[in-house]
Design a protein around this ligand. Structure first.
Ligand code: PAF
Length: 279
């Protein structure tokens, strides 16, 4: 276990960052770390000489109906997980240290993809995410930054921002971690009752059913219908179940594509996605 250096201010971060050997891998989190974050930390730790993690609950990506004050902040447990994962430096700044001039006047405009899928039910969310990710990349200066495929639209938008705005950093996507029964790990699973957790399995089952349908050469309509049937049978309140290109554009005729789903199970909105190959 390494002794993780915990920093709060930008000055403390700069000092700790300057002592790190290159390449530096970074994992940005809002805390409440689970096995999915551990997978990001593991991937970053294995491929880099140093590992940096941030723990910052970003107020600018919460909508007016989303309760920022209820967001879990188990800092001591998070720090223990970081130590176990071999994180060299944690930056856990207060809000005033990240947004030193208060409400930013200039923010990242995330483009048309941000209005779709998750963005359609969470207006402003991706502008908040990309603005803070841009700041975290500038402030921590990693060689590589690691994001989970679980939030596939976020990963796609971060990749696009880094390409379009010429950030000198490599973005690495890490596959979703699942429970043995298929449920994708998420901080939101904690809100599910035992019965709701059973019903939530329909999300991954729907993705599997659609992927199997794709593997036998079916077209996009049939693939999507196979997934929607599973969700309908489970009686879930479905927000979307769609097939897109691997970059979330229009469906290609053949090759790599992505299935994405969002549904409400009781009061909890869950998302999941899966790669699929169109043959
Ligand atoms: O995925 C998350 O936890 C957040 O959106 C991120 C990337 C840390 C930005 O606040």
């Amino acid at each position: 276990m390494v002794a993780t250096v915990v920093t709060r201010t930008r000055a403390e971060l700069d000092t700790a960052r300057a002592a790190l050997s290159s390449p530096v891998g970074a994992v940005f989190t809002m805390g409440a770390l689970h096995e999915g974050h551990q997978a990001l930390l593991r991937a970053a730790g294995e491929a880099n000489a140093s590992l940096l993690a941030t723990i910052f609950v970003n107020p600018r990506q919460f909508g007016p109906s989303e309760d920022l004050s209820r967001y879990p902040r188990p800092f001591d447990e998070d720090l223990a997980r970081c130590e176990k994962a071999g994180v060299d430096v944690v930056w856990a700044p207060p809000v005033t240290e990240v947004y030193r001039s208060g409400e930013p006047q200039i923010t990242v405009e995330p483009g048309p993809l941000a209005a779709d899928l998750e963005g359609a039910s969470r207006p402003g969310h991706f502008a908040g995410v990309l603005t803070v990710v841009a700041k975290l990349l500038h402030l921590t200066c990693p060689d590589r930054a690691y994001f989970g495929e679980k939030d596939f639209q976020q990963l796609t938008l971060v990749r696009r921002m880094v390409a379009d705005l010429d950030f000198g950093v490599e973005i690495v996507g890490v596959p979703t971690v699942r429970e043995p029964d298929g449920l994708a790990l998420s901080s939101r699973n904690a809100y599910l009752s035992a019965a709701e957790r059973d019903r939530a399995l329909a999300l991954s089952a729907a993705l599997e059913a659609a992927a199997k349908t794709a593997a036998r050469g079916a077209g996009p309509d049939e693939i999507v219908a196979a997934g929607r049937d599973v969700l309908a049978a489970a009686g879930l309140d479905v927000d979307y179940f769609v097939l897109r290109s691997a970059g979330l554009g229009p469906v290609p005729r053949v090759g790599a594509a992505r299935l994405l789903v969002a549904a409400r199970v009781g009061g909890t909105r869950l998302i999941d996605n899966m790669p699929v190959s169109l043959v």
